[in-house]
Design a protein around this ligand. Structure first.
Ligand code: PEP
Ligand code: MG
Length: 571
């Protein structure tokens, strides 16, 4: 047998070898032939529907509690959203109408959910993923109504690679990372729930492979290549060995320096409790980006000051000797929150996002968040740094900092223990790359968000695979913007970091060290490898590489330089 390769989207840069188990939750449920309506008694069917809803609610509550234990309460909150869908009067009415028109309950559920699913499918970004949630609730009800068994994902054999058309939140929450080698789905993108879970649990995973996936049989040996976004079916010996070898570099719990002694802080990007645990386990020096939006997602109202205080205190406590950079709420763009009633905008990425909302319509929320943060810093050992998202003007930064100072003053005069945080800004708009000297003179630090900076510098949507070649931080225009930002901090007291995805790509570590970054922050899975790279770098050579990259006119030339540099080291 010769190996063949299926292509999809890598959810984590990890690889694994294992044996395929197909997860087909709906296999036993064939609803293609609705029975003749005269035989249906609508009262009985309504009762069956009601009792299935009750059992679904019980199951969801159990799964929520299990997920809370395993991956944290924020992830578990998705089950509350499912419970809400179960009680949604519009969906309930639609199903009952179908029953009254003569369908048995299971068919009525299928029909009654259809228009809700369709509505979500027509929306953008994370809202579109709500369609998956609704399908999950529908399939659960149908399964309960027809009495079908469900494959127990929590009890799979060691080395299993789960294959599925799609994995819903309730499916992924059952996967045990100690036994499951990885998973592959036919559908889904980088921001799908399944991909987010994979990153949280450091599970090798490839999503969005397409219909070809169905040709792979149960029991087949596969290699999941998360980094390349590939699935190798019936791999030959060499491929298997390479997959086993590409396993994680040794975890370094101490801060690292380059071979010639330049210290570079290597921090983690976090958003959920499970990621904080992953960050400490994998040797993060601190947190370089805490995306606080996750505290606000999948709930009906914003978390209050106490809830936020607890979350921030716990994170600071996890890094008693380190620094935790907390980004204030970055809502808007691709991050909608239903209860905040965001306006319909033609170009949400260029609209009311991040600090723009915090200084305007979400002023109160901003103050609550700052109070919770500064109180938490007053109690904890670790150092807090507060960072603003999507700043575009010096005035926005100044206004944000004044709010921080006002909250510090208020808490101090109330006699609360207070620790004055560092205050800095993300550099993710071209405006702030140009204004970097003015910001470096006012801020304690600058941290480059290359995901957005690249999208705005290159006018290329970060979520659109058709312009992925342009949305690439190796584009010379982006590399030059990065150098401009770093140069602006030289000779000032401000430190400069990077917390966009670029920071976690080991192939780019030498370039970033050469450009002069003091700190790199990334998702926990690449921490060890980046630390290992840093230790092997000579900073003078890295600077030379950066100079040559700054002279490059095309992405091809930058790529060539990187290939050469990485090749030299790997020999
Ligand atoms: C970025 O834009 O690079 C960034 C880190 O922020 P986010 O990905 O959360 O927009
Ligand atoms: Mg951003």
């Amino acid at each position: 047998m010769t190996e063949r390769t299926l292509r999809g989207i890598g959810a984590t840069p990890l690889s694994a070898v294992g044996s395929v188990v197909w997860y087909q939750p709906d296999e036993a449920v064939d609803l293609s032939d609705p029975p003749v309506s005269e035989t249906v008694d609508s009262d009985t069917e309504r009762e069956r529907f009601e009792s299935a809803r009750e059992r679904a609610r019980e199951e969801l509550e159990t799964e929520r509690d299990r997920a809370a234990e395993r991956v944290g309460s924020d992830e578990a909150a998705v089950f509350d959203a499912h419970i809400q869908f179960l009680g949604d009067p519009q969906i309930e009415g639609a199903v009952e109408d179908e029953i009254d028109s003569g369908l048995p309950a299971e068919h009525a559920v299928k029909e009654g959910f259809a228009s809700g699913i369709e509505q979500f499918e027509g929306m953008e970004g994370r809202m579109a993923e709500r369609a998956d949630d609704l399908r999950d609730v529908r399939d659960r009800l149908v399964r309960l109504l027809v009495g079908a068994e469900r494959l127990d994902l929590s009890g799979l054999a060691d080395g299993t690679v789960v294959f599925a058309e799609r994995l819903t939140p309730s499916d992924t929450a059952q996967l045990d990372p100690d036994t499951v080698a990885g998973f592959v789905t036919a559908t889904g993108g980088r921001t799908s729930h399944a991909a987010i879970f994979a990153r949280s649990l450091a599970l090798p995973a490839v999503v969005g492979v397409g219909d070809e996936l169905s040709e792979v049989k149960e029991g087949t040996t596969v290699v999941v290549e998360g980094e390349a976004g590939e699935v190798v079916v019936e791999p030959d010996e060499g491929t298997r060995e390479r997959a086993a070898e590409t396993d994680r570099a040794e975890v370094r719990h101490e801060p690292v320096t380059t071979a010639d002694g330049r210290g570079i802080e290597v921090a983690a990007n976090v958003g959920q409790p499970v990621e904080i645990e992953g960050a400490t386990e994998r040797g993060a020096d601190g947190v370089g980006l805490y995306r606080t939006e996750f505290l606000f997602l999948d709930r009906e109202e914003p978390p209050n000051e106490e809830e936020q205080y607890e979350a921030y205190r716990e994170t600071l406590a996890a890094f008693p000797d380190g620094r935790v950079v907390v980004r204030t709420l970055d809502i808007g763009g691709d991050k909608p929150i239903p209860y905040l009633d965001l306006p319909e905008e033609e170009n949400p990425f260029l609209g009311e996002r991040g600090i723009r909302r915090s200084l305007g319509v979400d002023e109160k929320l901003f103050e609550t968040q700052l109070r919770a943060l500064i109180r938490a810093a007053g109690e904890a050992e670790g150092d807090l740094a507060i960072m603003f998202p999507l700043v575009a003007t010096v005035e926005e930064f100044e206004a944000g900092r004044e709010r921080v100072e006002a909250v510090v003053a208020k808490l101090e005069s109330a006699g609360e223990p207070v620790a004055r945080p560092e205050v800095g800004t993300m550099i993710e708009t071209p405006a702030t790359a140009f204004l970097a000297p003015d910001l470096a003179a006012r801020a304690d630090f600058l941290s480059v968000g290359t995901n957005d900076l690249t999208q705005y510098v290159m006018a290329a949507d970060r979520g659109n695979e058709r312009v992925a070649d342009l949305h690439d931080p190796r584009q010379p225009a982006v590399v030059r913007a990065l150098r401009q930002v770093v140069a602006a901090t030289e000779g000032t007291d401000a430190w400069v970091g990077m917390c966009g995805e670029m920071a976690g790509d080991p192939a780019l570590t030498e370039l970033l060290v050469g450009l002069g970054f003091d700190e790199l922050s990334m998702s926990a899975v690449t921490l060890s490898e980046v630390k290992a790279r840093i230790e092997a770098i000579d900073s003078t050579e890295a600077e030379r590489l950066a100079e040559r990259a700054l002279d490059a006119s095309t992405k091809g030339e930058v790529d060539e330089l990187l290939t050469e540099a990485n090749g030299d080291r790997d020999q």
